[in-house]
Design a protein around this ligand. Sequence first.
Ligand code: ZN
Length: 167
Amino acid sequence: MIRTIVTFPESILKKVAKPVEEVTSEIKTLLTDMAETMYVGEGVGLAAPQVGVSLRVITIDVGKNGPGLLKMVNPEIVEREGEVQWEEGCLSVPEFRIKMKRAEKIKVEYLDHSGKKCALECEGLLAVAVQHEIDHLDGKLIIDCASRLKQDLYFRKVEKMKKEITF
Ligand code: ZN
């Protein structure tokens, strides 16, 4: 089931998401729904707060150069190496892009959709995507890294976009 994507400045996006205690059928359904929502939105990743659920759950698929669909519960970066600059966008911050500094290589530990403990070493786009989605779990958005001026401009743009919806 496709879920509605929550966008800036909704307050749930600012909240630190709670760890999942057990990978139940509800969590599995959430993961399936999030993957579907991510593909429809043409994003490379999605975090549960973006569909209004404040839990530490993410989905990622960076396309043909990646390992396919990844479903991660309670992901945690345990190693980081190097630095890379990447221009990022976000499904929750439409029509906004910013260059972000990220670790070039990371190791992430997580539970998969069956509750099994997994570890993944990755770099490039995949590493950037994991870091972006984990930021969501910590209540951080790419807009938070922009200058005050850019944030104000974006806020005004969002207000204007709201008014333009007339149905
Ligand atoms: Zn995002």
